[in-house]
Ligand binder design. Structure first.
Ligand code: A3P
Length: 291
């Protein structure tokens, strides 16, 4: 199972969908100032955010049916992977042919992103989720995805999560890194939990950040279209059972069914040690969602 993964600059990646050559080629990726960049550690709700932002962007752009088709076809024709760091090394050359505005998703933390991403004017929306639910979600994903090795028990997995021995590395390191950028004007942080609590309000913040203009009705339409149930049904239609893996529960607080008392305390300590007193911790409302 170890051969299912490879390590690049100290971080693990799935070997069937990426390679050291791809990550090497990633350095050549050219950011456009109007790229819409979405960054989030795996299982923080990145597919949900992607869908929402695609809807917000296309509503703002008022693409014609023809243009919409062209955008979807371009992704297929160019064999663009749904994550910036996945695919073959030729992907960055092909991405040059994608029509603007490109919506680009990544699980990478700032120091592993190509330098042009942080240097350009392109805005970056960072998605965070409380680490306990993120850990539980990733556990199920790891054990259900054929491209990832399985763990024999939750306890074994938990140790790997705490030590950052998972694909895309340590979630705590990600958070510590993004916290350093929290005041940059081209960066905004949004949490899974605030989107769950009031999706329309969350989407209004996202639209304001990217400069998308939509009317009240649009936000409600998009919230409906990207609800957990709606997205799960759509995914089941196209992907069959795979939809059940991607759309597992979609709730806040599922961690309570998995964490032992000791694991709970260990994570509280670790979070405090890494992020205690930071703006990002306040934004994530750790005390509300993890206690
Ligand atoms: P759970 O495993 O806790 O259910 P990612 O897309 O980054 O892989 O994140 C997956 C997590 O987001 C899963 O969490 C999934 O259920 C949840 N999710 C996906 N679509 C969602 C939606 N429309 N609303 C709420 N949660 C959603």
């Amino acid at each position: 199972p170890e051969s299912m993964l490879f390590s690049y600059r100290g971080v693990l990646y799935p070997a069937t969908i990426s390679s050291p050559e791809t990550l090497e080629a990633l350095k050549s990726f050219e950011t456009r100032s109007d790229d819409v960049i979405l960054a989030g550690y795996p299982k923080t709700g990145t597919n949900w955010l992607d869908q929402m932002v695609k809807e917000l962007e296309s509503t703002d752009a008022k693409y014609t049916e023809e243009e919409m088709k062209e955008r979807i076809n371009a992704e297929k024709k160019l064999e663009i992977f749904p994550r910036l760091e996945l695919g073959d090394p030729g992907i960055y050359e092909r991405m040059k042919k994608m029509p603007s505005r490109r919506i680009i998703l990544t699980h990478l933390p700032p120091h592993l992103l190509p330098s042009s991403v942080l240097q350009s004017k392109a805005k970056i929306l960072v998605l965070v989720r409380n680490p306990k639910d993120t850990a539980v979600s990733y556990y199920h994903f790891y054990n259900n995805m054929p491209v990832l090795p399985s763990f024999t028990s939750w306890d074994e997995y938990f140790a790997a999560f705490m030590n950052g021995k998972l694909t895309w590395g340590s979630y705590f390191d990600h958070l510590v890194e993004w916290n350093k950028y929290i005041d940059h004007e081209k960066i905004m942080v949004i949490s899974y939990e605030e989107l769950k609590e009031d999706q329309v309000l969350g989407m209004k913040k996202i639209a304001a950040f990217f400069g998308f203009s939509l009317c009240e009705e649009d936000f409600h339409r998009i919230a409906k279209k990207t609800s957990f149930q709606a997205m799960k049904e759509k995914s089941n239609e196209t992907h069959g059972k795979f939809g059940d893996i991607l759309f597992r529960k979609g709730v806040v607080g599922n961690w309570r069914q998995f964490f032992s008392k000791a694991q709970n305390e260990e994570m509280d300590r670790k979070f405090e040690e890494c992020l205690g007193g930071t703006k990002l911790a306040a934004k994530m409302k750790y005390d509300v969602y993890c206690k």
